[in-house]
Design a protein. Structure first.
Length: 199
């Protein structure tokens, strides 16, 4: 039986396109393993994953993927230095307790890190808060304030400041909106932020 490849989200597709063939990759917060599967089949990568949700871990293992159950805030410390070429954190940074420490750990265990997260500085979020007076619910942020998994609300610009403060080099940064790359005013015009970081 041939497995049907799940299409990648726009941020994951752009990240995957920048991963070198045959690279060692750790996908932190890997979800159901869609990115890992694509990296293995299309880029011949040695892709490993860490995921908090047990149902997602089971889904990954069921697909034959190498995934452990773990918490990015705690369990990255168990990986040795420079164990991977790339560490990926997609749509997970905003759910961590200490994003600054998680980023530092990513770049301890990986030579480069790809990070994507919802940009809470997007104009629709700002406008909804301004006009409605309540935390907005949008297509990108479909949760109410009381049931959201997002415990951090950061903007595209905030990660640039955090990277500088932690002496992390920004190799590239841009936004995504409706599947298109946004380089002009990403803090205002993009619903998703993507950064490539190194030491």
């Amino acid at each position: 039986m041939t497995r049907v490849q799940t299409p990648l989200r726009p941020d994951l597709a752009l990240i995957a396109a920048h991963v070198a063939t045959g690279a060692r990759v750790l996908d932190v917060g890997c979800g159901d393993g869609t990115l890992m599967a694509a990296l293995q089949s299309e880029r011949a990568c040695d892709a490993r994953g860490m995921e908090l949700d047990s149902h997602n871990v089971a889904a990954c293992v069921g697909r034959g993927l190498s995934v452990i159950q773990g918490d990015a805030d705690v369990d990255l410390a168990y990986y040795p230095d420079a164990a991977f070429d790339y560490a990926i954190l997609s749509q997970t940074l905003q759910t961590t307790k200490r994003p600054d420490r998680v980023l530092t750990e990513l770049l301890r265990i990986g030579q480069r890190a790809f990070v994507s997260f919802p940009n809470f500085g997007h104009w629709r979020v700002r406008l909804a808060l301004l006009l409605g007076g309540r935390m907005p619910v949008t297509k990108r942020l479909p949760y109410q304030w009381f049931d959201t998994p997002n415990i951090r609300v950061g903007t595209h610009a905030d990660l640039g400041v955090l990277a500088s403060r932690n002496r992390l080099l920004v190799q590239d940064s841009f936004g995504l909106q409706d599947g298109k790359v946004v380089r002009l005013l990403p803090n205002l015009l993009a619903g998703t932020s993507v950064y490539t970081l190194s030491r």
